[in-house]
Design a protein around this ligand. Structure first.
Ligand SMILES: NC(=O)c1ccc[n+]([C@@H]2O[C@H](COP(=O)([O-])OP(=O)(O)OC[C@H]3O[C@@H](n4cnc5c(N)ncnc54)[C@H](OP(=O)(O)O)[C@@H]3O)[C@@H](O)[C@H]2O)c1
Length: 245
């Protein structure tokens, strides 16, 4: 959705993911609908050498906006999870956005122009039982991005943390979560993207949706965060196919 909005606004995106077939399809659609010149980058951002692939594909262009969208989670009991998956999650959710931003930021600062978006989550405002590593990576991005915003705001580069709640995307179906048992209000990708694009240059972080905003107020409160953790724990036990602890 981000890439569609930006192509419609006349930008020429570089899109990156592991499934090159999906990227090629998207490139065709963006070219035929908006006349955008699109480059595709097949890359696994959880691997150590991913930045080399980035530089090969877009080393010759000025990157004006960097959208660190890729991210994932490993729901379940941490003590029973695959440690390689957990380490890959930290590389994908934290190391990759930090390393890519560190690479492109000096060029943006030299031009005094540019924007970077980090994808946090409502789960980044407090620990979330059964999503321990995911919520920790999203908390990392929230603190990292906010700090970074204040470091760069007088230098012409806008840094925004997008702390979204539940959003309708294909990622929703990656794990066996029974969402019908949860009191979740899903936002559309378009609503979330519009809120983010409106907030660039105005805020350090944005939480799309009033209900999400209220949840974040409770989650981040010193006295109320335990309450939210308790509710999240109960919800996870209802909706996840957990093994015996
Ligand atoms: N959806 C929500 O409810 C929600 C809520 C809060 C925060 N978020 C955050 O928002 C971001 C986007 O979420 P989403 O729901 O839109 O996810 P999604 O539908 O699963 O899409 C994730 C994208 O990242 C790519 N990706 C995943 N792993 C990758 C890897 N190792 N290397 C390169 N690309 C990779 C995927 O393509 P390939 O699989 O082809 O690589 C896909 O294009 C994430 O950071 C997520 O944590 C989402």
């Amino acid at each position: 959705m981000f890439v569609k909005k930006l192509a419609a606004a006349g930008m020429n995106p570089v899109i990156a993911a592991r499934r090159i077939g999906l990227l090629d399809d998207l490139r065709e659609r963006l070219t035929s609908e908006y006349g955008a010149q699109v480059r595709c980058l097949q890359v696994d951002l959880s691997q150590d050498d991913f930045l080399k692939r980035w530089i090969e594909v877009c080393g010759d262009i000025e990157v004006g906006m960097l959208i660190n969208n890729a991210g994932s989670g490993v729901p379940g009991l941490f003590s029973q999870s695959d440690i390689e998956l957990e380490k890959g999650l930290i590389r994908l959710n934290c190391i990759a956005p930090v390393e890519i931003s560190h690479h492109f930021l000096p060029r943006m600062l030299a031009r005094r122009k540019g924007a970077i978006i980090f994808f946090s989550s409502l789960m980044g405002f407090q620990g979330v039982p059964y999503m321990a590593n995911y919520s920790a990576t999203k908390g990392y991005l929230l603190n990292f991005g906010e700090s970074h915003h204040h470091e760069c705001k007088d230098a012409g580069v806008d840094i925004l943390v997008l702390a979204q709640g539940a959003k309708e995307t294909p990622g929703k179906y990656l794990y066996p979560v029974d969402y019908s048992k949860l009191p979740i209000t899903w936002m559309s990708a378009e609503e979330v993207v519009d809120a983010a694009l409106k907030s660039i240059n105005r805020k350090a972080f944005v939480i799309p949706g009033l209900r999400n905003h209220l949840t974040a107020c409770l989650s981040g409160g010193l006295w109320s965060r335990g309450l939210v953790q308790g509710i999240m724990k109960r919800m996870a036990r209802i909706a996840l196919p957990l093994k015996e602890e």
